[in-house]
Unconditional design. Structure first.
Length: 84
């Protein structure tokens, strides 16, 4: 599964816009978010759709982000991880 390229990120722009509003995140490169100096969230594209890898504790957890409910689940989990 490859990292999301420019066209994939164009399609994910509404998700990226919501993530940019979360306090404590910095987007170093389009679609690659950091918490402090540590990688926190990035995206992949695959024939099965789009996926986000979110750092939860010490590991990355993969979330599908192809439907509204999936995006909301990712945003909620990211917000919780930033608070914890």
């Amino acid at each position: 599964m490859k990292h999301a390229g420019p066209q994939a990120l164009d399609q994910l722009e509404p998700v990226l816009a919501k993530l940019r509003k979360l306090e404590g995140l910095r987007e170093r490169k389009r679609g690659a978010f950091y918490r402090g100096a540590s990688a926190f969230l990035h995206f992949h594209e695959d024939p099965a759709g789009f996926f986000a890898d979110l750092k939860v504790a010490d590991d990355f957890v993969r979330f599908p982000v192809n439907r509204g409910a999936e995006v909301e689940r990712l945003l909620a989990r990211a917000a919780r991880a930033l608070k914890g």
